[in-house]
Unconditional design. Structure first.
Length: 488
């Protein structure tokens, strides 16, 4: 949007527009899809195109047995004509009771209808329709619509509030600030159905659902788990969780069952039953051996090997006499062309996925080796794009809704993109400051919790110069209440 015009008048602007080819458009759409969605898309293509064939192949049971399904950091890989997946079998991971939240079962349509309303409406319309339940000014309603429109497909709000405020000012000519956005987010959007919508990360999303869906002792246990022992939960340290929460074996099992009922993608369940998507399935496997060698495997599950039907070539050589035969031949050529384009798009998706994940591993190598999130370096989409030679939009598509299974747990790819804070001339990740802040609060005297001013001083003692307002913002991101609310 031009912002350097002065005065009024008529302007003639020349713009250069890049038009994507059908091949590129298809590749873009397939690249956006996580594994389960890709499986559905391939099955649909096989049903629609009789000249596209899918051969089922046997797969190894894990990434360590899949050498050509992925590649080690820095290795090169030859291109492929056919799409021949040989990745790890994702089903072996889907069936593990690992404590990772699943979406609610899609079989109970009555419950889903009650929670989400008419599934024929879009997620945006479903949320906007609830605005009438709140007393909002016209200004607040306009801001709320933009907030809702900023949600990711999974219902989480990953765009920083300061950026949303800037976008509203620049593109909508609506004046707001972080404080107003925070108020509307917490008091309106996060109170809407489905529970968990508007969470700024998975942690806040699950905390919102725990507060909404449970009560009493169970709610307190879940909130405490998510707010104070999130790292233990993410890394499946159930023995430690049992110890710190003082639970017996039966209580731990019940707690895990209740976590299974929470939905990590509150925005993804609107629009019909998609039971295959109710489990977080890793799109990548990253393993590190004792010598520090990192092995990357693209999870391609039980995807079929796609080829063109051998009958197609014979049919294409048949003589054409009548008009009906000519029409049939044109249709055949179109379908065979579509099949070839689909196979090529799948191969390009595979290469793009691997190249992007390789760059993330190179940039965040210390974390993959040690599993310590304080080792994450500041990283933006632009950094990965420059490493891969890809567009920023391509990196964004790969990173959205994709997960990686590491030796240290399962992480969404977006988690590795960290903003930077300048400290004494050096750049550190904001996450490192967040970790330090959380550690300080976890170890505080709960009968005399630390004020934000005191937290500022303690962070400064650790070498992190942050303002009180920034501490309050980081504390909110971590789901840590004000000091008076933390007093026990």
């Amino acid at each position: 949007m031009p912002n350097n015009f002065q005065g009024q008048g008529a302007y003639q602007i020349q713009t250069q527009t890049q038009t994507l080819t059908p091949q590129q458009v298809l590749t873009v759409r397939l690249t956006e899809l996580p594994l389960n969605d890709l499986r559905e898309r391939i099955e649909k293509e096989l049903e629609d195109n009789p000249w596209l064939q899918g051969e089922r192949t046997e797969h190894a049971g894990g990434p360590d047995e899949s050498e050509d399904g992925g590649r080690a950091e820095g290795d090169e890989e030859a291109g492929e004509t056919d799409y021949a997946p040989s990745g790890a079998d994702s089903d072996s991971y889907d069936d593990v009771d690992d404590g990772i939240p699943r979406e609610p079962s899609g079989n109970n349509e009555e419950q889903r209808g009650h929670e989400l309303g008419d599934t024929s409406e879009s997620f945006f319309d479903h949320l906007v329709g609830q605005l009438g339940e709140y007393q909002l000014t016209d200004h607040e309603r306009e801001v709320m619509k933009y907030l809702i429109g900023s949600l990711a497909d999974d219902g989480l709000l990953r765009t920083p509030l300061y950026q949303i405020a800037d976008e509203l000012d620049i593109y909508q000519n609506v004046q707001t600030n972080e404080e107003e956005l925070e108020r509307l987010l917490t008091s309106v959007l996060q109170q809407m159905d489905p529970a968990g919508v508007g969470g700024r990360d998975l942690r806040e999303c699950l905390t919102l659902q725990a507060r909404r869906n449970y009560s009493g002792k169970v709610r307190d246990q879940l909130v405490t788990l998510f707010q104070r022992y999130w790292d233990d939960f993410v890394h499946l340290r159930w023995q430690r969780i049992q110890h710190v929460l003082k639970l017996d074996d039966l209580e731990v099992e019940r707690l895990r069952q209740r976590i299974q009922r929470l939905n990590p993608r509150p925005g993804g369940s609107l629009g019909g039953d998609r039971s295959d998507n109710h489990i977080i399935t890793p799109d990548f496997f990253v393993e590190t051996d004792e010598n520090g060698r990192i092995q990357l495997t693209l999870n391609e599950g039980e995807l079929p090997r796609l080829t063109i039907s051998p009958d197609a070539e014979q049919e294409l050589q048949m003589p054409v006499v009548s008009r009906s035969e000519r029409d049939a031949m044109n249709y055949l050529r179109q379908q065979v062309g579509n099949a070839r384009m689909f196979i090529e798009a799948i191969a390009q998706r595979r290469e793009t996925m691997l190249r992007t994940m390789q760059a993330i591993i190179r940039l965040q190598r210390p974390f993959f080796l040690e599993g310590d999130e304080t080792l994450l370096r500041p990283m933006k989409l632009e950094d990965v794009a420059s490493q891969t030679g890809q567009d920023i939009s391509t990196v964004s598509r790969v990173s959205n809704s994709k997960y990686v299974q590491t030796d240290h747990g399962i992480y969404p790819l977006r988690w590795f993109f960290t903003s930077a804070a300048s400290q004494n001339g050096d750049e550190v990740t904001v996450r490192k400051i967040l970790v330090a802040l959380k550690e300080i609060v976890d170890n505080e005297d709960k009968s005399h919790p630390l004020s934000d001013e005191r937290l500022v001083k303690m962070l400064q003692e650790r070498g992190y110069a942050v303002a009180r307002r920034t501490v309050a913002k980081y504390r909110t991101q971590l789901g840590i209440a004000e000091s008076r609310m933390r007093k026990q």
